[in-house]
Design a binder for this molecule. Structure first.
Ligand code: 2PG
Ligand code: MG
Length: 375
């Protein structure tokens, strides 16, 4: 087994022009993304300078000449997150994962469906209260066809909003923004999604709008109480035939998620801030959700993210590999989605988001008899 011969951390910029951590292990790199609508239960980050300083001046000595073993390294990283943050830990863990990529004997022929943020708002910018309106090209038979369908729908919506004179450009995730109400947007998007073979999903990111036990809808200047929020989400699911709803309730309201799930068994009721890629929180969510976001930087290492995926699979919860709103061109999550056979990868559509999609297009092209994971 290879040994760690060099480790070096540096600051690089993410897509929001904020500093983030990139780590090279034996010359192979990994970089940390960053969230804006972060869950309270995520492992905290530390400023990039502090993480890099600790990695280069203290951690390095303790890691050099150790075996390049993902589990062992991640076990050590887990205990260092107080010093290097989840950002320093995941950048190192990704670098090790990428170094070992060629050696690992995984069956890499089952590809995830992309889930792309086509229209956005909330904490990612844009006037809409809805954080993400997502498209999943469920009718596609191949990964390239899935990308075609999703981008066709994206371009059609973009043109429509431009022709109506409503377009306001893109937000943090490369999603479209416009001077339009959410329901009006949905009414325009639904036929576009339908004829391009895409299903619609939402990331409501409800914790971001939760104030004094109510949900604040800023476009409507309206507060909804818990029961009203459940009814509103239920109404949206039925009206737009939503296949996916992420974080419909505040991050600690496990029973609220359960209520929506029990009324809508065909929809993926998905935890993100609820579960934060944390196996203890997934245990609490069993039976209450049927899908879960996997963001490796929420928990700090590839191994812990993998443990979360394994628990999901045992518990009939669909693991959805996911980017963050602050990203780099690091494409490790695309590789992880393939290795761990996640049926869906949430990775955006435009701007820097193409790094993950392009990695999967390359891998699809290089694979003998690739196929899509059934969802
Ligand atoms: C989310 C993510 C990614 P952030 O809420 O699912 O889309 O956003 O990285 O800001 O938490
Ligand atoms: Mg989310």
């Amino acid at each position: 087994m290879a040994k760690i011969k060099s480790i070096h951390a540096r600051k690089i910029l993410d897509s929001r022009a904020n500093w983030t951590v990139e780590v090279e292990v034996n010359g192979v790199s990994g970089a940390s993304p960053a969230g804006a609508s972060t869950g309270t239960h995520e492992v905290p980050t530390v400023p990039a300078d502090i993480a890099c300083d600790f990695i280069n001046n203290k951690m390095k000595k303790a890691f050099l000449n150790h075996e390049m073993n993902q589990k062992e390294i991640d076990r050590k990283l887990k205990f260092l997150t107080g010093k290097i943050g989840s950002n320093g830990a995941i950048a190192t863990s990704f670098a090790v994962y990428n170094f070992l990529w060629d050696e690992r004997q995984f069956n890499r022929s089952v590809f995830p469906y992309p889930l792309g943020n086509v229209f956005g708002g909330g904490a990612h910018g844009g006037s809409c209260y809805m954080q993400e309106v997502l498209l999943c090209p469920k009718k596609a038979k191949t990964f390239p066809d899935a990308v075609q369908k999703m981008t066709d729908a994206y371009h059609e919506l973009k043109k429509e909003l431009k022709d109506m004179g409503l377009s306001l450009g893109m937000n943090d995730e490369g999603a479209l923004t416009a001077n339009i109400g959410f329901m009006e947007l949905m009414d325009i998007l639904k036929p576009i999604a339908d004829h391009n073979g895409c299903a619609i999903g939402l990331d409501i990111a409800a914790s971001e709008m939760y104030r004094h036990n109510k949900y604040y809808y800023r476009q409507k200047e309206q507060f909804l109480n818990r029961d009203e929020q459940i009814d509103f989400v239920d109404h949206l699911i039925k009206k737009y035939n939503l296949f996916y709803v992420e974080d419909p309730m505040n991050e600690d309201d496990f029973d609220g998620f359960s209520k929506i799930h029990s009324k809508n068994k065909k929809t993926l009721v998905t935890g993100d801030d609820l579960t934060t890629t944390n196996t203890q929180r997934i245990q609490r969510a069993l039976g209450k959700i049927n899908a879960m976001i996997v963001k490796p930087n929420q928990i700090g290492t590839v191994t812990q993210a993998f443990d979360a995926i394994s628990l999901c699979k045992k518990s009939h919860i669909i693991p959805v590999m996911s980017h963050r709103s602050g990203e780099t061109t690091d494409a490790t999550i695309a590789r992880m989605a393939l290795d761990f056979e996640c049926p869906i990868i949430k990775c955006g559509i435009a701007d820097m988001r193409t790094a993950k999609i392009n990695e999967l297009l390359r891998l699809w092209d290089k694979t003998d008899k690739p196929k899509m994971k059934k969802i």
